[in-house]
Design a protein around this ligand. Sequence first.
Ligand SMILES: Cc1cc2nc3c(=O)[nH]c(=O)nc-3n(C[C@H](O)[C@H](O)[C@H](O)COP(=O)(O)OP(=O)(O)OC[C@H]3O[C@@H](n4cnc5c(N)ncnc54)[C@H](O)[C@@H]3O)c2cc1C
Length: 371
Amino acid sequence: MGKHLVLVGGGHAHMVTLANLHTFVEKGHRVTVIGPSAFHYYSGMGPGMLGQTYTPEEIRFATQRVVENKAGTFILGKAVSVDADEETVRLESGEAIPYDIISFNAGSYVPRLNLEENVRDVYAVKPIERLMQAQEKILELVNQKKITVGILGGGPSSAEIAGNLWQLTSDAGANRPDIKIFAGKRFMARFPENVKNRVEKSLSNRGIEVLTNGYVQSIGDHRIVLETGREYALDFIFLAMGVIPNPIFGNANLPTGPDGGLRVNEFLQSTEYPDIFGGGDCIYFQKQPLDKVGVYAVRQNPVLYHNLMARLEGEPLQAFDPGGDYLLIFNLGGGQGVLQKGRIIFGGKPAFFIKDYIDRKFMRKFQAIEN
Ligand SMILES: Cc1cc2nc3c(=O)[nH]c(=O)nc-3n(C[C@H](O)[C@H](O)[C@H](O)COP(=O)(O)OP(=O)(O)OC[C@H]3O[C@@H](n4cnc5c(N)ncnc54)[C@H](O)[C@@H]3O)c2cc1C
């Protein structure tokens, strides 16, 4: 008899499963996909969209249309918790959806640390949809006056946001904003010195300031206070302090990793509940904790698809191998990039060119199944 497969989130690790959704239906199973938006945005191109290199349409995947074209059911909503013993997932609306097998690819979010009430013009870099609203607001502000934008966080997403904000506002004339990155104690701390220096130089050449004089302690209305007590007035604030997994699992008493991600074994399967699977930023891969980069979500795709089908059909599961070094390219705006793979590091236009080529190819591949 057919079973009910539920996918929570149509993120990067579910792309192959979504592309092959019809194969579950052909075997007599039902598939339901739950997501807060009819589209999934490709985060690797998010900063480029902020800088207007890409339109929102170019970086999104029509999840709802694909699901419905392939005879699945799409529910517009947010999963907030799971009852693994009852085998139901609960939505923000209160609705409870029963499942036989469930897979989570619900991503991560930027924690809103020490945010006072009623603060204005504070935007997290995730979900990527938020960058569209940020873009609109910034363009409105720079048309009126000279502003200072603060980007809180010292990792690659801060650098990418800063560089693309520079690109977005490059023709604002006298109103070109001052852009400051508040990087805590060290900028790009996870990366080799050579990568950090190239990124920092590319940004400082364009007048973007990288401050490493202390962590941000609190965020008020149009101002921040560092742990040292120093205060900065800001017209607009981006939160880019790193991400943590979707909070669904903490609400659900499922085994999680130290960061709250769904704890999974080598089969991308919950260590306690064999009918629960997951991929991408929302999992904690027990064997070897993984960086929160899209690369791993993309690599998990075929294994997740195989294992969901195998679990439904009673076949053996496949183990996920995270693989070795991965390619990282930062889009720093202004046509500039920095590329790193192992010990290969270079910057400038060629790095951006390679990223642009790879990202557009990825989108073309998955957008092709929309029709
Ligand atoms: C600005 C920025 C730039 C980045 N650039 C790169 C890069 O160039 N290369 C790289 O490898 N990594 C990059 N990353 C990291 C990358 O974003 C993540 O590792 C990647 O998005 C993880 O994919 P995911 O599918 O797990 O999560 P997401 O991309 O966050 O997708 C999660 C999906 O789940 C849905 N969802 C969310 N909550 C719920 C819920 N409660 N119920 C149901 N559905 C839900 C969302 O709508 C979304 O479609 C970047 C991150 C940021 C913030």
